[in-house]
Design a binder for this molecule. Structure first.
Ligand code: ADP
Ligand code: MG
Length: 478
């Protein structure tokens, strides 16, 4: 038996974050009443002309630069002709022979630690189709054309992926990137980020690729992984029992966890592509590309590497703090303001994330600015408050507008660092508990915690814990 090697190429449809459609002024907002956001252009009525949305082009350029691709100085819209009820014009406006983005790459760090580069063949602009609705009217199908004309960037890899897990990792990395650079909201439930997976298998030593099947419209990471694994197994079984894989489009059914044939796959020539006579070629100047390049933020992978190198964070922390631009900016501002990146990382990935989670808030609705939080961290650094008191102060800051200092003052949360004052408490606790002192001296180390606890309690939690520890040690040992 040959050892089978899976080969996978992904086509990902990234919905570009524009207010209006790619060729009309209709809104792209999600969730509107069916067919309330499809204008004459989206409906393909006779006599209307498409007008290109400038922002869609800008977002495509931004993406191309982020994957190190070349941006075509001239690219062309083409008509892809096919019949389907959700496509009233009878063709989809897409790009074919001359796409706007060519030859980029995305780097993955595999679980082994090895780096793997996935080549991105192209990314082209196109319009989305409408949607057939089969579950609303018994025995009938409805058509909702709100999606028709929504701007998409289709990102096509070379067949460089060699397992379902690798495909998912690529997809996650791309998902992080498009959100980070602000070209897509990444909302997979709403269809803003969808994947078609092309899957084939070949004998491990064969230089030629096997025949592929394409699995359409996978809208979750979990489904992508499952669908690809199923398809690989199906093809191997088929080949091992003497059968042949046919080139076809398959649909993944998450309820039954299987793929099934949808239609035999068209070849490109079946679509009768030709340049759309209603649209001029897109011409992009070198100046525009240079300006877009200058406006690109430092990307998540570079940031992550820098956080490891400059701040000494571990990989998990660095990834959590670098994968969304507002989080990264907040963290870096906080680190600069409090002067301690380590402390800033702990607080953002600890208290800040926990509070956002608890209140189910997006990061954009964070209740404590980096400046206010830095004020609190400075009070930990100068020992005004202990870490655990700081958590109470943070909670109060989260609930209201006051600064750390005002809250510390108003609630009397100032930590006692005066060792004379603490010493008096330690002496009292020791003289009142001779039994525990005897136990400790007899080698029962655990009672140490009892003394510290008692002193903290008497100080109402305000004694500097380090000073208490030091004093209890020195008093008990003498
Ligand atoms: P189409 O336009 O019909 O979808 P393309 O030739 O543009 O087909 O390829 C689409 C995707 O299929 C690309 O991501 C490519 O990497 C992938 N692909 C092509 N051949 C194979 C193969 N033999 N096995 C797996 N993936 C493949
Ligand atoms: Mg395709």
């Amino acid at each position: 038996m040959p050892r089978w090697q899976p080969v996978i190429g992904l086509e990902i449809h990234v919905q570009l974050s524009t207010e209006s459609k790619i060729f009309s002024g209709a809104s792209t907002a999600f969730g509107a009443e069916p067919n309330s956001q499809a204008c004459a252009v989206d409906l393909g009525l006779p006599g209307v002309l498409p007008v290109l949305n400038e922002r869609a082009v800008a977002l495509a350029i931004r993406f191309g630069l982020a994957i190190g691709a070349s941006i075509a100085e001239r690219s062309v819209f083409a008509r892809k002709n096919y019949f389907y009820p959700d496509l009233p014009k009878g063709y989809q406006i897409s790009q074919y022979a001359e796409p706007i983005v060519n030859h980029g790459r995305l780097c993955l760090t595999l679980p082994s630690g090895e780096e793997k580069e996935i080549r991105i063949l192209r990314a082209h602009l196109e319009e989305d189709a409408g949607k057939s609705v089969h579950d609303l009217f018994p025995g009938q199908s409805g058509i909702d054309l709100n999606r028709a004309g929504t701007p998409l960037l289709e990102v096509v890899t070379e067949p460089d992926l060699s397992s379902a897990a690798e495909a998912v990792q690529y997809m996650r990395t791309l998902h992080t990137l498009v959100r980070f650079i602000g070209i897509c909201d990444g909302n997979m439930q709403e269809g803003s980020f969808r994947c078609d997976a092309n899957v084939s298998v070949k004998p491990a030593d064969s230089p030629t690729l096997g025949t592929r099947a394409e699995i359409k419209n996978l809208n979750s990471f979990r489904f992508v992984e499952r669908a690809i694994n199923h398809e690989i197994e199906r093809q191997i079984e088929l080949l091992e029992s003497g059968g042949k894989v046919v080139q076809e489009t398959r649909l993944y059914d998450p309820d039954r966890d299987e793929t099934r044939s949808m239609r035999s796959k068209e070849d490109a020539h079946d679509y009768r592509y030709f340049p759309d006579p209603d649209l001029l070629p897109i011409v992009i100047s070198a100046d525009e590309i240079a300006a877009a390049r200058a406006a690109l933020p430092e990307l998540p992978q570079q940031r992550e590497a820098r956080y490891l190198r400059e701040f000494g964070l571990n990989r998990e922390e660095a990834e959590a703090l670098s994968s969304e631009l507002p989080v990264a900016e907040y963290f870096e501002a906080l680190a600069a303001q409090c002067g301690d990146a380590r402390q800033a990382a702990n607080w953002v990935s600890g208290e800040v994330f926990a509070a956002l989670n608890r209140d189910a808030l997006p990061f954009s609705e964070i209740r404590v600015s980096s400046g206010r939080l830095a004020g609190l961290l400075t009070r930990i650094q100068d020992q005004t408050v202990s870490n655990s008191m700081a958590k109470q102060v943070f909670e109060a800051m989260w609930q209201g507008p006051e600064d750390a200092d005002a809250i510390i003052e108003a609630r009397g949360l100032r930590q006692v660092t005066d060792s004379g004052e603490i010493e008096a408490l330690v002496d009292a606790v020791i003289s009142e508990n001779p039994d525990q002192v005897a136990q400790f001296r007899a080698g029962k180390d655990k009672v140490f915690g009892f003394f510290v606890g008692q002193v903290m309690k008497r100080s109402k939690g305000k004694a500097n814990p380090q000073t208490v520890n030091d004093l209890v040690v020195s008093k008990l040992k003498t």
